[in-house]
Design a binder for this molecule. Structure first.
Ligand code: V47
Length: 378
């Protein structure tokens, strides 16, 4: 058992006291939490915050992923999904194809459609506005969580209009919120090295804060397990915490484990489960103003996501149907799970499943809580 004496003994006494009193942790605390040899002690502290904020609840949703295009002009070194227009498997879905994808799943109780893809210079803003309208024509009440700040900034740049005007257009078309991707790790060094064609973190934060001021919520991610340093990860968390102090518009933080296969960084090894848990735990402790921390089962496997529910996470994302971006980079998890699987995963981890919508409103009492077969292994 981890006791106050033990935490004192291993040099975590001061952080434990801050956690106990709900005090904000410093940059130095973040560094120590990342580098401390006892992951379980770090997880124990994160679990205290997790249970204070979210009790025994663990959230999931029923969602569908649609990637409108794989053509991208950003050429990020960590990405295996993008294609150039000349590649034989390059695509951009038409409005009819998008509607067909939505129609295919109409029998499923999907509440969210998650739409991200490449930054395709041939697709104008109007394509995306129409894409959102097209989804709602088929499924009027679904929440469309779409695009990232990278696309928003790109539209502003291409059209010569303000970020605010672009966000207003997207809102008028029916966008519900923004997913978290695009900032990767907020470091000028990593920006130069891995994704120099994308907006830098100043631009990403400005777009996110603009969206929040216009009443749209968003998520935030951090891509870890490549060539980032601990200092860079702690700085990323602090920048997000500062932005959240200003706007309160972030819903959840999602650490994303880098998958190297088919990328320009394919010589790197995939992050270990211990690193996955560490990133979740440190995020929970540092991001004291984020209501939720998500363990995205697709990235870290359902098994590690279950453990993460005791290391700071209170959300495991959704049924997903059908993930393509990380699977292009060698993810071995399945591309979707059923609603029953999500409930079983959470219950096996000793938590209480809550189906949520994108904005974390709970969707009734879960009728699926009866015991079921064991959760899937991959
Ligand atoms: O920004 C790209 C990441 C992100 C790889 O908001 C990779 O609920 C690992 O943002 N290995 C896009 N990661 C996905 C994203 C997301 C995912 C799930 C939920 C939410 C949410 C948002 O995917 C990109 C990038 O960081 N990514 N390639 C790769 N090889």
């Amino acid at each position: 058992m981890i006791t106050a004496e033990y935490l004192e003994c291993v040099g975590l006494g001061q952080i434990a006291r801050k956690v106990d009193h709900g005090e904000r942790l410093s940059r130095e605390d973040g560094m120590l939490l990342y580098e401390h040899p006892d992951l379980n002690a770090v997880g124990y502290l994160a679990n205290q915050v997790r249970e204070r904020l979210n009790g025994n609840l663990a959230y999931y949703n029923v969602n569908q992923h649609i990637n409108p295009t794989n053509v991208c002009n950003k050429f990020c070194k960590f990405c295996a999904f993008y294609r150039t227009p000349r590649d034989s498997d390059a695509y951009a879905l038409t409005r009819e194809q998008i509607q067909a994808r939505v129609r295919e799943k109409l029998h499923e109780p999907i509440t969210e459609i998650h739409m991200v893809g490449g930054v395709n210079p041939d697709l104008p803003l109007e394509y995306y506005l129409d894409m959102i309208r097209a989804v709602h024509e088929v499924r009027p009440s679904v929440h469309v969580k779409a695009l990232t700040m990278v696309e928003v900034a790109d539209f502003a740049q291409r059209t010569g209009r303000s970020v605010e005007a672009i966000v207003r257009d997207l809102k008028d078309a029916g966008i519900g919120s923004f997913p978290g991707g695009g900032a990767e790790v907020m470091s000028a060094r990593l920006h130069r090295l891995l994704f120099p064609k994308k907006i830098d973190f100043h631009g990403w934060l400005e777009c996110a804060k603009t969206a929040h001021r216009l009443g749209l919520k968003s998520n935030a991610t951090m891509l870890y397990g490549h060539v980032e340093t601990t200092e860079e990860k702690v700085a990323h968390l602090l920048l997000l915490r500062e932005a959240q102090d200003e706007t309160g518009g972030f819903m959840t933080f999602i650490p994303l484990a880098f998958h190297p296969e088919n990328t320009k960084l394919d010589y790197l090894k995939k992050a270990t489960a211990a690193e996955d848990l560490r990133n979740i735990a440190v995020a929970r402790l540092m991001l004291d103003n984020f209501p939720h921390i998500k363990a995205f089962w697709i990235m870290i496997t359902p098994r590690v996501a279950q453990i993460a529910l005791s290391y700071g996470a209170d959300d495991i994302d959704g049924t997903v149907t059908t993930e393509e971006i990380v699977h292009a980079a060698g993810a071995e998890t399945s591309q979707s799970l059923s609603r029953r699987d999500m409930v079983t995963l959470i219950m096996e981890a000793g938590r209480e499943p809550v189906e949520r919508d994108t904005l974390y409103h709970s969707i009734g009492i879960d009728a699926l809580r009866a015991p079921a077969s064991p959760a899937p292994r991959a």
